[in-house]
Design a binder for this molecule. Sequence first.
Ligand code: F6R
Length: 614
Amino acid sequence: MCGIIGYTGEGDPVMDVLMTGLSGLEYRGYDSAGVAVTDRARSSGDVSLFKREGELSSLEAALPDGSVDGAAGIGHTRWSTHGPPSDANAHPHTDCTGQVAVVHNGIIENFRELREDLESAGHDFESETDTEVVPHLIEDALAAGESPEEAFRTAVARLEGSYAVAAVVAGDETVYAARHESPLVLGVGEAGHFLASDVPAFIEYTDRVIYLDDGEFATVTPDGVSVTDARGNTIETSVETIAWDPEDAGKSGYDHYMLKEIYEQPDAIRGCLRERVAELSGSVEIPELDGISTTIPTVDARDGRPRPIQFVACGTSYHAALYGARLLRDRGVPAQCFIASEYATERVPVSEGTTVVGVTQSGETADTMRALREAGRAGAETLAVTNVVGSSAARECDHVVYIRAGPEIGVAATKTFASQQVALSMLAAALTDGGSQGLVQSLRAIPDGIQRVLDESDAREIAREYVDSDAYFFIGRGYDAPVSLEGALKMKEITYKHAEGFPAGELKHGPLALVTDRTPVFATITDHAEGDVSKTLGNVKEVEARGAPVVAVTDRRDLVEPFADHVLEVPSIGPAQTPILANVQLQLVSYWVANELGRSIDKPRNLAKSVTVE
Ligand code: F6R
């Protein structure tokens, strides 16, 4: 997730403030960074621009010796969405004259049309980003005689999508900013004023803040900040004093990144769906896969038989892959799922026309990369479903679909799992029937459904009641089975307690021997297939008979409540989508058990975020 800092004032040198701000934003994750400052002499002239792919140390090395003085400046940490990490794609972006510099978070949905218009009017572009249209739009408005503030408004009025955007113009000491569906906060200092996507960027300088709302514009000058609406009418704002320890500020008030990321899931899913689903037509389209149906047909043109799709993945991503494979099988495609490290132990199981999909949030997992490489060598078409633009999986596979969850800092995967499930739902539709109104409605219902779970969950109380248990078991069938495996993995990772997940029918084939009154059983029972609810209720009775407490996670409280000690309810949003909500309840239970036990939740012992050894 990108980060923005802006500053103008008479206090510390602008460049120093910007670099401090960027390091305060590092926690958000980034792959490149840059700064732009305007001239203190207030003469016209270029904006000084420095940007580099990689860590802040690369940017620091690119700065000239000695501090660069300036009147106003903006800085950015980029987390790639349009175009891979590179110096050219790093922000800030400038116009043709080098007089305007812009940083942006979010996605400008109409950037292709804007870029075509600007290019045909003679503008030259240097990056692959959506952001670069903004400085060129400002350039045109300035050329038409508008003031910098008017030109900024004119440009922003042309944008569709989500943005937090900030600009500086040569010869000017103001930072201009606007917000729509991407956060921006102003900092009111003693000797200068700030804007940023999050408070840690300027907490060293001031704790007095003004939060911008959607549709608001800000001008930040050395003398003060002002907030207006799209028409330029002044909006009265109040300055809040925040009580954050700078150390904790990156967690936005949450005790752990994991909890913050669990709560970020509604936004992560909105980002994953954006521009890919159309409510009216019910169509699902993934622009990255334009033309893919000709290279990855799910049906063989010669005999009309479905072609095989294989998934390779590890850990949580393997659970998402199990879900994706089931979605495809339910659409008539022969889809198989392999634990990546077991994929090619003797012979690569690829036949003619096979597509191999690597599901990997980091895009770097050694086991998954090896399986994808071997599949590619054996002649399979490969496709990466990943969160990280420019990762090994994204670069090496024939095709890539991004899940757009934003950076995940907690080692235990949470929002990336939900986003993987959603991306795979869209992929399954895009590769087969192209979607339906029902599917699009169900997908669009996920963010609000998760929000309801987050607002109403009793997971914390349940965690308290069962924190001293010997072990935890998780069961579910159909689309609930991968959720049960994932529920158990989360529990063991962050609580260090024994936990196992099973397809519900498997319990009686062995694991039932472990069930006692000290092993709560979490039964995910969502209403997705004829007969499944009553079969899983049968399994619930088997564990109840052995004295185990039962916690049901369900959208069918009416049917399930008589059989359960507790119910964690989820809204019913669709046969394959309700289990995505059920998983959020299980994430919360694990989190609160681990919290009760005082575990190192964000960095569990022995585990790493990106596993680059086989
Ligand atoms: C569990 C977890 C791991 C990863 C696994 C694969 O919370 O994060 O099980 O899912 O190491 O990682 P990626 O998705 O990066 O390939």
